[in-house]
Design a protein. Structure first.
Length: 198
């Protein structure tokens, strides 16, 4: 197994941070490699040792963020016969904590004009793929309902990601335990019931 070079990891993390700062300050279209290297405090040759241009950096960074998101997206609820606070709280909270750790990065990417890439929609699409695969493997979901897998995955992921985005942007005063309980109530009792009885 190849040993990880900590210096390379730190350099790439610095480039990622420079990229995020440039996204916030000048936007993707206006940023240059020079802007990124200045923020990352590296020279251009170091940048080009890892990335061909800002588009390559954008794509590799976003793809890594998407992969991390999918790994942390919990789909264990598909296997549960009943979703209750007791049965699902710790699993969903763990998933939401992983998202919360990336809150700053998500907010920057969601609100940036990344030209031909839409990070928020790509998160939904990646999550839909994972959910559909989970539906296929669930023993108690009839195979004749497969034509609806994509519909239900879209409904669930769209609702979930819009809710998470709202929480990050407008619900900062809602702690993770309260938010986790809200999400479980949405899943088990429905949105309107939760609004009336929260």
């Amino acid at each position: 197994m190849k040993e990880i070079d900590i210096r390379v990891v730190k350099t790439i993390e610095g480039i990622h941070e420079g990229f995020l700062l440039c996204l916030e300050e000048v936007g993707f279209q206006n940023m240059t490699v020079k802007n990124i290297t200045e923020k990352a405090r590296i020279n251009r040759s170091t940048f080009y040792a890892h990335f061909t241009d800002k588009y390559d950096l954008r794509d590799k960074y976003m793809d890594g963020m998407l992969k991390d998101y999918v790994v942390n997206l919990d789909t264990n609820f598909i296997q549960k016969t009943e979703i209750t606070m007791d049965s699902y709280f710790s699993e969903l909270k763990r998933c939401l904590q992983a998202f919360l750790k990336k809150k700053r990065e998500y907010l920057i990417l969601w609100n940036a004009n990344l030209l031909d890439r839409n990070f928020f929609q790509e998160m939904i699409n990646s999550g839909i793929e994972k959910l559909v695969e989970g539906f296929r493997q669930a023993p108690d979901i009839p195979k004749e309902k497969e034509q609806f897998y994509s519909l239900y995955a879209n409904l669930f992921l769209g609702n979930m990601m819009v809710s998470v985005r709202w929480w990050f942007e407008k619900g900062q005063n809602i702690d993770i335990d309260t938010y986790t309980r809200m999400m479980i109530k949405h899943m088990s009792e429905g949105i309107f019931h939760t609004l009336k009885h929260l």
